[in-house]
Design a protein around this ligand. Structure first.
Ligand code: MLT
Length: 442
């Protein structure tokens, strides 16, 4: 910023210099904006959907109450009882001077980090230390915030279609060029995910420029597909060969029932040298409103200085949290910790089973209409090809107007998403059954 300011003053001096006043310089002070934000091409996908839905509701107020929202993947069912009990008990502690707690550790309470490291990793035979877990208010933020500890100028790779938060965060951090006509940003490497590759990203060809940071999401949002072991092994080998970082977003891990598909990137040998994993309690514990997730950053993950010296990211991420945050609220952490108790695990499994049954109903309903679908078996999202000659937004509007059902247009996730739409299984059973009935009538 200071460098930018200095450049501005220099430019202005040059323009105002003259033979009579060769040294005249007028400094005009002003707050500079992060101009990378100005590159953002359109509103974030979900607010844009909300805008269209509320425009329809204003136009047809008599139909507004019939709208069923299967657009954003937001949970609908009550929190697991164990989490509620733990959060209530934590609030009672805060109500008592003897047990009151003020600031907690920026990276999370030790007991919570231990419960996670043991429950999600060591109990499954994966090496993850307690202090390699970093609590946060959710993985959406972490997927962008992690860029703070990386240098400028990294080449970023994302799948297409992609969860839009990865891309927008990189635009904001200045890792892209301008928005391109027809979608996407200059400077980003898009990994096409199409019917031909089963909507699963393959490593780039050896002749293509290697990205420095690769975002992968499995079970995938939006396509609901899960990455197979062989592909993920290829990605880990690729990242190690090119000294790149893999960002493995496993927010939907609890929905993965395919025993052959990795749940954690650390199931792959070598991943502890190159991969950072993001997890969330939003979709497992129903914490979308409570807000809690975590990042796994092994001490062996390195990035490099321009001189080529390796730097362990763990220390930088620890420093980042301790400087920029005081962590997640005490009661919320206690609620997350309770998800790892025996009762908590049973309740999470029941919640996930409930949404997965919704996904099955939606998937079968779409298939019965002759629509081609993916996902819905290991993920709470069903990805469908738009029927007839509709494009993504056209079919979104058609369903909204004629079925009062909100979906997510595939084009909102990237150019390869054009011609598809996503249905979220996060809803009540009655609504899901009603959605299937209404889809059959459009
Ligand atoms: C989605 O609908 O893709 C997600 O729920 C949005 C999110 O997790 O931010």
């Amino acid at each position: 910023m200071l460098a930018q300011r200095a450049r501005f003053v220099r430019t202005f001096t040059a323009r105002t210099s003259s033979a009579r006043h060769p040294r005249l310089a007028i400094e005009i002070t002003m707050a500079l904006v992060n101009e990378h934000y100005l590159k953002l091409s359109a509103g974030y996908l979900f607010p844009e959907i909300a805008r269209r839905v509320s425009a329809f509701a204003s136009e047809k107020p008599d139909l507004a109450k019939e709208i069923i929202r299967c657009g954003i993947g937001d949970v609908t069912e009550a929190l697991p009882a164990s989490a509620i009990k733990a959060m209530n008990a934590a609030n009672d502690e805060l109500a008592n001077r003897a047990t009151f707690k003020g600031y907690g550790p920026g990276t999370g309470y030790d007991s919570v980090r231990a419960a996670i490291a043991h429950g999600d990793f060591r109990s499954r035979g994966l090496e993850v230390a307690d202090d390699e877990i970093f609590l946060s208010d959710g993985s959406k933020g972490d997927c962008g915030n992690i860029l703070e500890i990386l240098g400028a100028g990294n080449r970023i790779a994302v799948t297409d279609p992609v969860y839009p938060a990865y891309v927008d965060a990189n635009v904001m951090f200045g890792n892209t060029g301008a928005a391109m006509a027809g979608g996407g940003y200059e400077g980003i490497t898009y990994l096409p995910c199409t019917e031909a590759n089963g909507f699963l990203a393959d490593v780039p060809a050896a002749s293509a420029p290697a990205p420095d940071v690769i975002y992968l999401c499995s079970p995938n949002n939006p396509t609901g597909t899960v990455m197979d072991r062989a592909r993920l092994e290829a990605w880990v080998a690729y990242a190690r060969k090119h000294r790149a970082l893999l960002f493995w977003d496993a927010a939907y891990e609890s929905y993965n029932r395919d025993a052959s598909a990795p749940k954690s990137v650390y199931e792959i040998a070598g991943a502890r040298e190159c991969a950072i994993e993001f997890r969330s309690f939003s979709k497992s514990g129903g914490f979308t409103g409570v807000r809690c997730g975590y990042t796994v950053l092994p001490k062996s993950v390195m990035a490099y200085t321009r001189a080529g010296d390796a730097v362990a990211l763990h220390g930088l991420w620890t420093r980042r949290w301790n400087t920029r945050s005081n962590g997640v609220s005490y009661a919320v952490q206690r609620g997350a910790e309770a998800l790892y108790t025996e009762s908590g695990k049973r309740e999470v499994a029941a919640l996930v089973d409930f949404y997965m049954e919704n996904a099955r109903i939606l998937r079968d309903g779409c298939r019965a209409l002759g629509w081609k679908t993916w996902g819905g078996e290991n993920a709470p999202y069903v990805w469908c090809k738009t029927p007839g000659s509709f494009d993504s937004w056209g079919f979104f509007d058609h369903l909204l107007r004629n079925a009062r059902v909100v979906t997510t247009p595939g084009a909102g996730f990237g150019r390869c998403g054009e011609g598809y739409f996503r249905i979220s299984a996060f809803n009540s059973r009655a609504n899901v059954e009603e959605v299937v009935r209404r889809l059959g009538r459009v």
